[in-house]
Ligand binder design. Structure first.
Ligand SMILES: O=C([S-])c1cc(C(=O)S)c[n+]([C@@H]2O[C@H](COP(=O)(O)O)[C@@H](O)[C@H]2O)c1
Ligand code: NI
Length: 384
């Protein structure tokens, strides 16, 4: 990686296959009339994409509160919205610490302009279009020197970059350039959970894409490379998040479970508990990939009003699974097949498909389950 800025991250994802038109539409869904201007460039003989966001001039500063409203009302997929909010939350907290104002009140300057919102929201939408369940990345390069910003000349790394990356591993190449901007740092920290490791996870490689930076570096091509792959095992392990809640109605708790699942939790559930002073309550629990922990913990708090979330690492033994599709007389249904050591041992219709078919055909749900299971077993017998 040469450097990390918001435009380079988005360009690399488009270069790796995320359709530019759909990414642009997602950003326009925020009510921002932006255009993504992509240009093909060659750096060290590598064909890369450079990105410039064409956005109308904005005079008003946007606060984090304004940006949160924009993203929440955008109709972005749940996980993309959550990732974008987490990135802006990190930026707001960092800028707030640098300038001594509460995060909600932070008025973004460069980072609040429409092009930076486009970089962050566009990158999260692009990841969704690529089907990226998880993101990992090595320690970010810092650089040195001075940059001109709204407040005047700033030391490199920018104070906000340093704040965003507190607690993260970074590296210091000998380059008198800004190599990681606050937006680039916030996006990558939000997407990875801040666990930057030199060891890339084992994967089956798919497409690679290159996002171009503008500065010329001495010791590396100024490219950010995105590699898409199918992971061979869980990355960074799993954690259980949990909060005891005695003051939320059932509707809120049920909705929280749904939101957590939509936001990428592999599982979420409620357990009845008896809290201190004999109060009957619920424990809201969710399984989270480690890099999603902060994002999902924040979602849990926001959805329930809980002031804290516990988390602890857990192990998991999993069977191999695959989806097959069966044609029933009243529609198609996906069925999950579980296998151990090459032997299929579980055949489970996808609940959403079965429920839809039951509703549309007027058949009882258990009957649809039986039909789908039988059809899938037959299919597996014919093509083991
Ligand atoms: O305008 C502000 S508030 C600003 C603050 C900081 C701090 O580090 S504080 C840095 N910058 C610089 O602006 C450009 C653009 O950054 P993006 O994150 O929007 O890509 C970059 O050089 C920052 O270092 C601006
Ligand atoms: Ni600032």
């Amino acid at each position: 990686m040469g450097g990390a800025a918001g435009d380079m991250i988005l360009a690399s994802l488009i270069s790796a296959g995320a359709p530019a038109g759909e990414v642009e539409e997602s950003v326009r869904g925020l009510g921002l009339p932006v255009r993504l201007e992509l240009r093909r460039v060659e750096i060290s003989g590598i064909a890369a994409l450079g990105l410039r966001v064409d956005a109308p001039e904005e005079h008003a500063h946007r606060t984090f509160r304004d940006i949160r409203r924009l993203i929440e009302g955008s109709g972005l997929p749940e996980r993309a919205a959550g990732r974008a909010l987490a990135a802006f939350g990190l930026l707001a907290a960092a800028e707030g610490r640098v300038h001594g104002v509460p995060p909600e009140e932070v008025a973004f300057h460069e980072v609040g302009a429409a092009d930076s919102i486009a970089d962050i929201v566009g990158a999260c939408a692009a990841l969704e279009l690529l089907g990226a369940e998880t993101v990992s990345c090595g320690p970010l390069p810092m650089g040195s020197g001075v940059v001109e910003a709204a407040h005047g000349p700033l030391p490199v790394p920018g104070p906000a970059t340093l704040e965003v990356l507190r607690g993260c591993r970074v590296r210091w190449p000998e380059e008198e350039r800004e190599m990681t901007t606050p937006t680039g740092a916030a996006l990558l920290r939000a997407l990875t959970g801040g666990e930057f490791s030199d060891a890339a996870p084992p994967m089956v490689l798919g497409a690679a894409g290159y996002g171009a930076g503008t500065a010329r570096l001495r010791g590396a091509p100024n490219l950010l490379r995105a590699v898409v792959g199918r992971l061979e095992g869980p990355v960074g392990g799993l954690e259980v998040l949990e909060a005891n809640i005695d003051d939320a109605p059932g509707e809120v708790l049920g909705a929280a479970v749904e939101r957590l699942l939509e936001a990428g939790a592999p599982d979420a559930w409620l357990e009845p508990v008896v809290m201190k002073r004999g109060r009957g309550a619920y424990k809201l629990c969710a399984l989270a990939r480690r890099q999603d922990r902060e994002r999902l913990a924040r979602l849990m708090m926001r959805e329930t009003g809980s002031l804290g979330v516990r988390h602890h690492g857990v192990g998991r033994t999993v069977a191999e699974r695959r989806l097959v599709e069966v044609e029933l007389p009243y529609g198609r249904c996906r069925v999950k097949v579980g296998s151990l050591d090459g032997e299929d041992f579980a055949v489970a219709p996808e609940h959403a498909d079965a429920a839809r078919l039951a509703r549309e055909s007027g058949r009882p749900l258990p009957r649809v389950y039986d039909d789908a299971r039988r059809a899938a077993s037959e299919l597996l017998r014919q093509s083991p």
